[in-house]
Write a protein that binds this ligand. Structure first.
Ligand SMILES: Nc1nc2c(ncn2[C@@H]2O[C@H](COP(=O)(O)OP(=O)(O)OP(=O)(O)O)[C@@H](O)[C@H]2O)c(=O)[nH]1
Ligand SMILES: [Mg+2]
Length: 368
């Protein structure tokens, strides 16, 4: 089969171009909306259609007409709307259990185009192993998503060099709690000298919250209110290996407050900035957080509240790379309120074991 991809401003335009260039025997294999520009910002939306044309030796036989109908509609078929063909394509190509997974993924907030990408990769993966008609599908799906996942690894410190790490993110996602977990882990397990800075002076309770952790762990702590205070505060922390900067929660929609945060952070010149997001958030919220905090130039993402999330599928679809977004590497995941225990370095196994509400059950069924 001869396969080509076309991009146009609308589906109708794309179909017309395919009709002109490949003829009316061409089949629509895949359709998706694409937006250019970083994360879809400042970009145009257009439609991308992948079309296929069978070798001429097959196109005139009745068999080929039958096959075209199973893979997608031929453009010459007046009775089949492109939208319906698209649906038929995605539901008829996939092996039975993958159809059910497709529905679950979409229900978890994953865009249909992402679900299709993952599931097609799953089928190819299984076919490569010679298991195109058998289990374990869930394992294949998990492996396919793992290949898209970027892992940042833990924060790396060197004794004697001041490594500066800031945590940013929306309100209430667990920034301060995560700072406490990280501080305890580096101080107790890694035996590093840790200092804390908070620029969350918006609420007195926020300063007190971090102060309480600093006291328990006997860590130096500085409070910064204005950009000019940042460098002197970091100096005053003395000879520490790791500086953890806690910030006030910001709404991703508040450009002015995010600009203020960026201005303060610039004075600290952090080596790493981790964007903290809750695994319980919707895909739409996660996308707006990723967009809203882009000016802070996050180098990694921390996913909190994994213990409260029923599924990680939506989160993974939001943080993995797509045409509109380069993806963000995950550094840590947190799975409870306990300091310092409920944190671990982000790893594919944990993230994917909770892919869908019934992942474990599916693995059981697959294995049966
Ligand atoms: N279930 C669960 N709760 C968590 C986790 N991490 C933090 N929390 C809870 O989430 C709530 C908010 O945590 P904070 O650390 O204060 O959140 P924050 O992002 O600093 O909040 P602001 O400073 O107000 O923006 C607290 O009740 C934490 O105990 C987690 O991994 N799982
Ligand atoms: Mg806080």
């Amino acid at each position: 089969m001869h396969i080509r991809t076309f991009r146009a401003a609308s589906l109708q335009d794309a179909l017309e171009e395919i009709r002109q260039q490949m003829g009316t025997d061409a089949s629509v294999l895949h359709t998706r909306q694409v937006r250019d520009g970083w994360m879809g910002w400042l970009g145009r939306t257009y439609v991308e259609v992948t079309a296929g044309l069978r070798d001429s030796t097959h196109t005139s036989t009745s068999d080929s007409l039958h096959e075209d109908r199973t893979e997608g509609s031929t453009l010459g078929d007046e009775h089949e709307s492109p939208r319906r063909s698209m649906f038929m394509h995605s539901s008829s190509m996939l092996a039975g259990p993958l159809q059910a997974y497709r529905e679950q993924l979409i229900e978890a907030g994953v865009a249909a185009s992402t679900a299709d990408r993952w599931l097609q990769a799953t089928e190819s993966f299984a076919a490569g192993l010679g298991e195109s008609h058998g289990p374990p599908w869930m394992e294949h799906l998990q492996r396919s998503i793992t290949r898209e996942l970027r892992l940042a690894g833990p924060i790396r410190t060197q004794p004697g060099s001041k490594h500066i790490v800031a945590l940013v993110g929306p309100t209430g996602v667990g920034k301060t709690t995560t700072i406490a977990k990280l501080a305890a882990g580096f101080r107790i397990e890694e035996r590093r000298r840790v200092g804390l800075v908070t620029i969350d002076t918006f609420r007195i309770a926020a300063v007190q919250q971090l102060e309480a952790y600093a006291e328990i762990m006997d860590l130096p702590m500085e409070v910064v209110e204005k950009p000019a205070q940042m460098q002197p505060a970091i100096e005053r922390l003395g000879d520490v290996d790791l500086v953890l900067i806690d910030t006030a929660g910001r709404s991703p929609a508040s450009d002015a407050r995010i600009d203020q945060l960026v201005e303060l952070l610039q004075m600290a010149q952090p080596d790493e900035t981790h964007l903290v997001m809750a695994a319980t958030s919707s895909v739409a919220t996660l996308r707006s957080v990723l967009r809203g905090f882009a000016p802070a130039r996050p180098t990694a993402a921390i996913l909190t509240k994994l213990d409260e999330a029923t599924s990680t599928a939506g989160v993974l679809s939001a943080i993995t790379a797509s045409d509109q977004f380069p993806g963000i590497p995950m550094s840590y995941i947190t799975h409870g309120q306990q300091v310092p225990d409920d944190i671990q370095v982000a790893n594919a196994e944990t993230l994917l074991s909770r892919l869908m509400p019934n992942t474990l059950q599916s693995q059981h069924l697959d294995a049966a």
